[in-house]
Design a protein around this ligand. Sequence first.
Ligand code: NDP
Length: 248
Amino acid sequence: MSQRLDGRVALVTGASSGIGEATALALAEAGARVAIAARRRDRLQALAAKLEALGAEPLVLVADLNSEAEAQRVVADTEAHYGRLDILVNNAGVMYLEPIVEADLGRWRRMLELNVLSLIASTQAALPGMRSRRDGHIVNISSTAGRVANPNAAGYAATKFGVVAFSEALRREAYQHNIRVTVIEPGAVATELREHIGHAEVQAATNAWAEGMRQLQGSDVADAIVFCVSRPAHVNINEVLMRPTDQE
Ligand code: NDP
């Protein structure tokens, strides 16, 4: 049976659009108080108004999470503001797609920093508080690209396979402290992610592929996340692999 999240405090990174925005709203609807982090202040403030109306007492955290220090700071600010952090949703991410031979390694480095190192930094910052309370849930957003590595997606897949591996090791370090870990692996979701692919041909092909199917919506992924974090305390859903019905 689903538990309400009343009294729980969540932090969602990358909450200014897409999956993160939908997740913040869904957590609020389930009763959680919600801190939201990303770079675009205007988008966060618009979301905060909706969260406020849901009684979620939002905390807006404008941060460039490419910086590990900022990834740690948003956790510290959430704990300072609410006195605790129960649910950390590590969602912020970018997807740069291009053939390896043409890859802009500077961009790939930034993708690795955000998709992997920043997620590790915010997790590391959240663990002491969760361990001391023997309570917490960390949800990491990977992708089907964390399970299947496609041509033109080598760098992105490396980050998302990395998130899956990190999450499994994290789960095995954290479970004895009563901390749950869930990794979510969605297929194509209709969000702004593909706007930043960077390589025109690959972008056009990826858009055509995604638009040729009934894509998941951010709210579909948010529903799965809320399902996982609202299980009774003895249930830890480790992994959710979800695709559009139309996706191979
Ligand atoms: P969006 O582009 O809509 O959302 C990405 C979010 O990450 C935005 O809120 C953006 O906010 C934030 N972000 C990007 N760069 C930074 C940064 N440097 N610092 C802080 N925040 C940042 O895409 P999605 O909702 O699709 O992506 C969310 C996650 O889901 C990603 O990890 C993505 O890899 C994953 N995913 C997406 C799939 C899809 O098909 N869409 C499929 C599988 C996984 P801002 O720009 O304001 O900083």
